[in-house]
Design a protein around this ligand. Structure first.
Ligand SMILES: C[S@@+](CC[C@H](N)C(=O)[O-])C[C@H]1O[C@@H](n2cnc3c(N)ncnc32)[C@H](O)[C@@H]1O
Length: 240
């Protein structure tokens, strides 16, 4: 996992992968204003923060934020982009902190990267220690059946600029799906890698969260103006 993101870090923002953070960030602010107008959501921890775009968005909107990610190279970009924000290199299943947060985010299918269900349980237990009572955990997940048919079992070429491109191929293997990625410069293969994501089902995930003292507050394919319908946007509330 670290290897993939250490490779992809340099092109991540250029490909525009981070842009989803901004539209989802805007949808979250609307959600707080509409659904929790009398509550404070001013302190954020961003799990799997990548190049830090969502943290930067929150800071620009007056929200205190901190990012955690396992990839040193993604964090190098994040620290370079946002020198005033704290970023911690750590696996989210093992992350420790003395502070508590109003909301914790984990976006752009980052949670799908936790393929082992026991690791997912560790992450959720950890969230319980890090959130205040009534605090929110906000994530999105990919589900193989919701992904557009044009990315299923077909190879996609994505041009980055005139001399480089990313090629990816997505396939489904039982409860996992697999991305095979190849990066080319001047038609020469520079690196290739495969990454697995767990095909989480909403009921399965909700049961694990319920067991750890969370309730499902919202689950939708569209959250306000955020319309990447292939991603379930999910909000769990800590109630204990
Ligand atoms: C698809 S990127 C999403 C990055 C960012 N949230 C965004 O919206 O642009 C997934 C990120 O999850 C990180 N990641 C994956 N597994 C992790 C883990 N167990 N602990 C911390 N970070 C992890 C990767 O290093 C990568 O930066």
């Amino acid at each position: 996992m670290e290897d993939l993101y250490n490779d992809i870090a340099k092109i991540y923002d250029e490909v525009g992968i981070d842009k989803f953070s901004i539209s989802f960030g805007n949808a979250m602010l609307k959600y707080f204003d509409t659904m929790h107008p009398d509550e404070n959501f001013k302190k954020n921890l961003d799990f799997c923060c990548g190049t830090g775009t969502l943290c930067g968005f929150f800071k620009d909107n007056g929200i205190e934020t901190k990012g955690v990610d396992i990839s040193g190279e993604m964090l190098n970009i994040a620290r370079n982009n946002y020198p005033d924000i704290e970023f911690v290199e750590q696996d989210i299943a093992r992350y420790l902190d003395d502070e508590t947060y109003d909301f914790i985010t984990c976006i752009d299918d980052a949670f799908n990267h936790i393929v082992d269900i026991d690791d997912a349980k560790k992450v959720i237990k950890n969230l319980n220690n890090l959130l205040r009572v009534n605090g929110l955990f906000i994530l999105d997940i990919n589900n193989f059946n919701l992904l557009p048919t044009y990315v299923q079992d077909e190879s996609i070429d994505k041009s980055i600029n005139e001399y480089s491109k990313l090629k990816y191929y997505l396939s489904n293997e039982e409860d996992l799906f697999r991305f095979d990625l190849e990066y080319y410069e001047n038609n020469e293969l520079i690196w290739e890698t495969s990454v697995f994501e767990r095909n989480y089902l909403i009921d399965e995930l909700t049961k694990i969260f319920n067991d750890e003292g969370f309730v499902l507050e919202s689950c939708s394919q569209h959250l306000f103006d955020e319309v990447r319908y292939e991603k379930w946007k999910i909000i769990f509330k800590k109630v204990e």
